[in-house]
Design a protein around this ligand. Structure first.
Ligand code: HEM
Length: 184
């Protein structure tokens, strides 16, 4: 994945636990210390190893580390570095999610050959809404859970994730998030 992702993970650890902890994580991961150029693409394995090393170092599950990273990506990375793009994509959570594929498309000339996920938002007329996440990768569903929580915060939207249902696919990962929307 592009270095912007790895860099965001590094920033999260430094902000929450300080530089010395980050050095431990990096060492534990075995990842080279030049894996953090935002606009360079690295092997996915780099990101996975970093996330696993974070979890091991903090003695938490990988899923919890990925959830925390999802929240951080929305609250501390894209909301700071890409705020104008974020704002243009919508001012309420479901509208934003409905535009997210366009957002990722629009930046494909910046992030050449990247492989962003896709999202499909179901019927929005009731309180319960289905959000389908489709990825070429495996294992990032907890990251998406954190992203949804980060977005709910961003849009001051009460939201409860009622169910997370893995879909049977032969490649990549698809997950259905059933969410209950409250007050905005
Ligand atoms: C302007 C804001 C954003 C930018 C610049 C951005 C950019 C990127 C980039 C560069 C990647 C790595 C893909 C690769 O290297 O192949 C990525 C992946 C991803 N993005 Fe975004 N993104 C943004 C907003 C969001 C938001 C708000 C979400 C929330 C749902 C999101 C969901 C994801 C997910 C889940 C992935 C992981 C890839 C996968 O699931 O296979 N992105 N994005």
């Amino acid at each position: 994945m592009y270095g912007v992702i790895n860099k965001s993970l590094r920033d999260m650890v430094i902000e929450q636990f300080g530089e010395p902890k980050w050095s431990e994580v990096l060492q534990r991961s075995g990842v080279p210390d030049d894996s953090f150029l935002a606009m360079q693409s690295y092997d996915d394995d780099v990101t996975y190893k970093l996330a696993q090393a974070c979890a091991d170092e903090m003695q938490i599950d990988l899923t919890d580390a990925l959830r925390a990273f999802g929240v951080h990506w929305v609250e501390n990375t894209v909301s700071k570095q890409y705020e104008s793009l974020m704002r243009a994509a919508g001012s309420d959570m479901l509208g934003f999610l409905g535009n997210l594929n366009n957002l990722h498309d629009r930046i494909s000339s910046t992030f050449l050959n990247y492989r962003p996920p896709a999202f499909e938002v179901g019927d929005r007329s009731g309180n319960e809404v289905e959000i389908l996440y489709l990825s070429e990768r495996v294992g990032l569903t907890p990251f998406v859970e954190g992203l949804l929580r980060g977005l709910a915060d961003r849009f001051n939207q009460e939201m409860e994730i009622v169910d997370i249902v893995p879909q049977q696919v032969s490649q990549g990962e698809q997950t259905l998030f059933k969410v209950r929307m409250g007050q905005q």
